[in-house]
Design a protein around this ligand. Structure first.
Ligand SMILES: [Cu+2]
Length: 154
């Protein structure tokens, strides 16, 4: 950014000295702003797409030795938030909190729950290997707040 600002300042000085008009530098400045905005939009799109679909960098509780695993749904997070299980494991999401919650698949990788009241549970058997990001829409979004994920390995 500092590089392009310096270029605009230089062009402005040069053309005002020659003609006394300010049109050329204004056009340059507008063009520079448009390019900067376009670049920002592209960058934002790219980062949204990748952060919504990956569980990279999360800390996982490894529960690969079990055939059935329970994730506690509390006020307001999943415990553990990120779990590694073996393919074929049944995961029970149990609402131990006072608030209502839900368990929604970010990318439709598994069947989402409806609203879960205290002591309600939602069971999902994860047959396919892969990452399954999830969230509660009452206290989070696919990428922030009450989020979690199941990583299924062979
Ligand atoms: Cu919630």
């Amino acid at each position: 950014m500092s590089g392009s600002s310096a270029n605009v300042a230089g062009a402005s000085l040069g053309s005002s000295g020659n003609s006394g008009r300010y049109d050329p530098p204004m056009r340059l400045i507008r063009l520079t702003i448009m390019i900067a905005l376009a670049g920002t939009a592209v960058a934002a799109c790219g980062s949204n797409a990748s952060s919504g679909q990956t569980l990279k960098g999360k800390k996982f509780a490894v529960e690969t030795g079990k055939r059935a695993v329970t994730v506690d749904v509390v006020d307001n997070n999943f415990q553990p938030a990120y779990v590694t299980v073996r393919a074929g494991t049944k995961v029970t999401f149990l609402n131990r909190g006072r608030n209502r919650h839900n368990v929604l698949s970010v990318d439709d990788g598994f069947t989402s729950s409806g609203f879960l009241s205290h002591d309600d549970s939602w069971k999902v058997t994860f047959k396919d290997v892969g990452d399954f990001p999830l969230y509660c829409s009452l206290h989070g979004t696919p990428t922030s707040g009450m989020t979690g994920g199941i990583r299924v390995v062979k």
